[in-house]
Design a protein around this ligand. Sequence first.
Ligand code: PLP
Length: 450
Amino acid sequence: MLARVFASNHHLRRRTVMSLTNGVSKAQDRSNLVPFSSRLREGRALAEDVWSIYNVANLPADCINLGQGYMNFAPPQWVAEAANTAIQGVAENHYSHPKGRLRLRQAIKAHYSPEFNRDLDVETEILVTSGANEGMYSVFVAFLELGDEVIMFEPFFDQYLPSVTFNGGKPVYVPLHPPKVEGKNSSNEWTVDLAELRRAITPRTKMIVLNTPHNPVGKVFTREELEGIAALAEEFNFMVMADEVYDCLTFDGKEHVRIATLPGMWDRTVTVGSAGKAFCATGWRIGWLIGPPSIIRPSLAATTRIVFCTNSPLQEAVSAGLEQAEQRGYFATQRAEYAERRKILTDAFDKLGLTYTLPEGSYFILLDIKNVKFPEDYPFPPSILGRARDFKASWFIAVELGVSSIPVSEFYCEEHANIGEAYARFAFCKDVDTLRRAAERLQKLKNYIQ
Ligand SMILES: Cc1ncc(COP(=O)(O)O)c(C=O)c1O
């Protein structure tokens, strides 16, 4: 079948080029001579995504960007200094081992072994990757066969979908259910329906992606919820990809349980981490996978052929970060700083009397925008017209109030987009002054509340 498609494409291309070389007089379009892969369409990679629509370039120049989830502050000084030192070296500027630099794997081992209640092996159980994204991509390359199904909870981090479909996998969506009671709520009230999850499992289910702490809900899955998911993984023999990139960002003493530590789960779980989140360095592109040799070895084979190795000097800097974090009380301080940032926004929403989901982890707040009204005939740009209501509300707030957010229906499949339509996501990974200014501007929302 594939061979036939290829042959007919090939034939078509030859015909087009021949007619061009024959010098046919009618105007010829040479801008698309070679068709691109249908993978891009399946992975929604060609659609104008939410990040391009709400890009700073499209919004008023002084708009405060609480849409995109990256920090507007630098990595800690002592980690940045380690990067400066590394870049002066020789070996630090050349290829590293595809597994990652030994110093970083040792630092990951020291930091994570107590968390996993095991003595992690730096040779077989830890793999440094080019950010969490590339790590997850490598796992999909290593494990997915054509038509294998990957379950993901909605709302989902938008990179999962193309990463799965580019590798021949089929995403299967199971929604997290929003709180049933109207009013102020906690991310804990977003729930998994285990019966619904069970119904989504088929003989082709290969993997589930479990993101905790969760983007964008802020949910930190409870031990009971994880036990329920683990029991299904055992019963139906599928793998768990535990995307725990926000593991260092939980609030109010909330316990972050790693599904890999539940009985029997180590053997079928790969845990994903990110230096971008841990050390405010999202552009450094350093992440890691932790798991049993049966998962790490194939993922290493894949990553070696995708990027060969991850950038070397910044691996050294992240090593210094992990080595010194405890002694400097770094993660505890960072948690307190994020709790303060969260409070600036929640105070602003409380003052407005608007409902939101108080996150137990990660750095996002879902604001309930059902009661925010905007003129139907507002001059929305074409990229917004025809989109769900949350796209319009986010656009209106960005243009009229000067604070950008991200519409949450983007993180759902079409069938379930109506659940997300009620929310806009505000990121609080911004400095206190910026958040205060945003909070002040948001008070103007009171003119638009029904
Ligand atoms: C849930 C989740 N997973 C993974 C990533 C990607 O992490 P990295 O920047 O290390 O690739 C992000 C980034 O926003 C995320 O929110």
